[in-house]
Design a protein around this ligand. Structure first.
Ligand code: FDA
Length: 299
């Protein structure tokens, strides 16, 4: 990333919220469940499955956590009613992990039971390293209780990731987005890529179901090679991408016969998610400059 872009990435939190909202609109289905359902319907028509994420990691009370869980129950009911090909992804902080572990576990168990009754899948997103252990613990707890419709996420930038693989059945592998200390996470771009490939090979050897979550061309090609060499069927792996990121590449993966799932966030608490996506967009400097230019002209 060029110096100008990097400086802008650091300045993003100072950009006015309406500008952030405008720039990040491609990454978010909209404020309402109806927006998410519309997007999922379009994705399904293009041969892509989806996972719906209710935005809301900034909660501060048990009632808010219960409200997020309630929204997931609504999502599951609506997905069923509409017969759409989609599951859900949950952030445990949104279900109350930082407030009360038991509250989070109860909310999560209820969502997983509901999803199970409807034949739908629940993925536990992985957040910053302060939550890694508890997230894996809750995943294992649910699997031990017999819930086969639960999966977890591993982050290739974490040094612990290879050690976390044994015993996991269903893993989405991503690079990792949170800022972590060097002592526990790789920071170098190539080191993260190398660990991603190593983790992917280890997951294949371990017999796990794998979500290959990346838009990195090098990793996509490495994954295609690993999948081909291991002779994996479509029920053992899928590519996963974020809404609004490299959609044409997603089309190519589908055309090549790979299963693909798109992560579809919706909701009114869009700010944190939007900042993370904008920080990863290599064209962010141009977008911010263009938007500022248009606003100045508009005045
Ligand atoms: P990289 O960031 O190098 O991007 C590769 C290329 O993709 C870029 O060069 C650019 O062309 C394009 N690109 C990437 N981001 C873009 C953007 N925002 N706008 C425009 N173009 C963009 N992380 C985490 O910590 N916990 C989690 O649970 C998840 N869950 C998750 C689910 C799914 C389905 C995906 C795809 C990703 C995640 N992530 C995540 C995020 C992940 O850790 C990572 O931050 C991003 O995927 C970006 O990493 P890439 O592998 O895409 O590479």
């Amino acid at each position: 990333m060029a110096i100008f872009d990097r400086a802008l990435v650091r300045l993003l939190p100072a950009v006015p919220k309406p500008v952030v909202q405008r720039l990040s609109s491609r990454y978010i289905a909209g404020p309402d469940l109806a927006d998410a359902l519309r997007v999922v319907r379009e994705l399904n028509a293009a041969g892509k499955a989806a996972t719906i994420d209710v935005l809301g990691e900034e909660i501060s009370s048990a009632d808010e956590a219960r409200a997020i869980a309630g929204q997931y129950h609504d999502v599951l009911a609506e997905l069923d009613a509409a017969g759409l090909d989609a599951g859900v992804s949950v952030k445990l902080t949104g279900l109350g992990l930082e407030l009360d572990y038991e509250l989070c576990r109860d909310n999560l168990e209820a969502v997983v039971r509901d999803a199970s009754a409807r034949g739908r899948f629940v993925r536990l997103d992985m957040e910053d390293s302060s939550t890694t252990e508890r997230t894996l613990q809750l995943y294992r707890l649910l699997r031990d209780e017999g819930h086969a419709n639960v999966g977890v996420v591993l982050q290739a930038y974490m040094r612990r990731t290879l050690d976390d693989i044994p015993g996991l059945h269903d893993v989405r592998l991503c690079k990792g987005i949170y800022i972590e200390p060097h002592s526990i996470a790789y920071r170098d771009f190539d080191e993260v890529r190398k660990n991603y490939v190593r983790a992917l090979e280890t997951l294949v050897a371990a017999g796990a179901r794998i979500g290959i979550a990346t838009h990195d061309e090098y990793l996509i090609q490495q994954a295609e090679r690993i999948v081909r060499e291991a002779g994996l069927n479509a029920d053992r792996y899928q590519f996963q991408m974020l809404l609004g990121v490299r959609p044409e590449r997603g089309d190519e993966l589908v055309a090549a016969g790979h299963p693909l799932r798109i992560y579809v966030p919706f909701g009114t608490q869009w700010y944190e998610y939007s900042i993370r996506r904008l920080q990863e967009n290599p064209k962010i400097a141009g977008y911010v400059a263009g938007d500022t230019f248009r606003r100045v002209l508009g005045r």
